[in-house]
Design a protein around this ligand. Structure first.
Ligand SMILES: [Zn+2]
Length: 86
């Protein structure tokens, strides 16, 4: 699989809907936009991109805690789920 590196461009940003965010007990205000975020998988070291639309889904639809960030690639997340027997 080829990983395409993307630079953050204006088109890659998605507006945050602050009403849907799970901010926990923090009073800091959320950012205005999501941007594609690059990270290295904690388990296999693979360089991944957590896209703005994936972030929006995670934070606004899945109810993910706002300060949680992606640490594993999709493959390793699946492995981790299997390991936990989910
Ligand atoms: Zn991985």
């Amino acid at each position: 699989m080829k990983i395409v590196r993307k630079k953050s461009k204006k088109e890659d940003r998605i507006k945050v809907d602050p009403d849907k965010l799970n901010m926990g007990n923090t009073y800091s205000s959320p950012p205005e936009y999501y941007y594609d975020a690059e990270f290295d998988c904690k388990d296999c070291g693979s360089h991944e991109i957590w896209t703005a639309s994936q972030q929006k889904w995670w934070y606004e639809e899945a109810g993910g805690y706002f300060f949680a960030v992606a640490v594993r690639c999709r493959k390793c997340r699946e492995k981790e789920r299997e390991r936990k027997g989910l």
